[in-house]
Design a protein around this ligand. Structure first.
Ligand code: CA
Length: 228
């Protein structure tokens, strides 16, 4: 599944330029002319990242950023602010309000794409859960505090790597994670590990999880996801 980037921008030419470059790099994009339309849409859908213009007709981009961050549901939504206002103060305020990155106009579309890529890698962080316990399908439980996996309430022995793979998959049920993303999450992307090592870990995990192992689905040519 392609990663989705929403663009909130009141200048159609700029939005079109950004969309063109992002789509060329394999992202799905949608453009919103106003903050109101964007918020209307995210009630129904959930982009991976948002590129946010600060000077819009209906809302201040910083307000939009604040509103995005005030809802924990959007924790995994990366925000990149794009604006003609180059003052340092905006930059600081933007980052304090929870923006992941900041670019000033005029901008290089290529650099913008590179930044989108970078924030999407970074936004893939450990999910916050109550008491560090995650459940899946009433069968599978992950206890981060105890570093324990339970299937039907019974502990299952897994390795650190297997635990982390399971953790990332359960954190976003239904999301497809590429092997590269899983590797990034486990080892950090400076470490070069062959893609196929993930398949071996997944195979072991499935065996150990018994009937819960079937929830880990392989998406041909892309990666893995957790689904009932
Ligand atoms: Ca504008």
């Amino acid at each position: 599944m392609k990663e989705q980037v929403y663009i909130v921008e009141d200048e159609p030419d700029i939005a079109e330029l950004i969309q063109l470059h992002l789509e060329k790099s394999g992202y799905k994009t949608r453009h919103f002319i106003s903050g109101a339309r964007f918020f209307e849409e995210i009630k129904k859908s959930h982009p991976n990242a948002v590129i946010l213009d600060l000077m819009l007709e209906d809302m201040d981009g910083l307000e939009i950023c604040k509103r995005i961050r005030s809802d924990p549901k959007n924790n995994d939504m990366a925000v990149i602010i794009l604006t003609a206002r180059a003052e340092e103060i905006d930059k600081i305020v933007g980052l304090e309000l929870g923006a992941d990155d900041y670019m000033t106009k005029p901008f290089s579309p290529k650099e913008l794409v590179a930044r989108v890529k970078a924030v999407l890698r970074r936004s893939l962080k450990t999910p916050e859960t109550t008491h560090g316990i995650m459940h899946f399908a009433n069968i599978l439980t992950l206890d981060k505090g105890k570093f324990q996996v339970l299937v039907h309430g019974k502990p299952v022995e897994v390795t650190t790597t297997e635990f982390k793979i399971l953790e990332i998959l359960i954190s976003h049920p239904g999301w497809v994670f590429s092997r590269e993303k899983i590797l990034d999450y486990i080892w950090g992307y400076e470490k070069a590990v062959i893609d196929r090592t993930i398949d071996v870990h997944i195979r072991h995990l499935r065996e150990k999880l018994g009937d819960a192992g079937a929830f880990i689905k392989n998406i041909r040519g892309i990666g893995y996801k957790m689904e009932e």
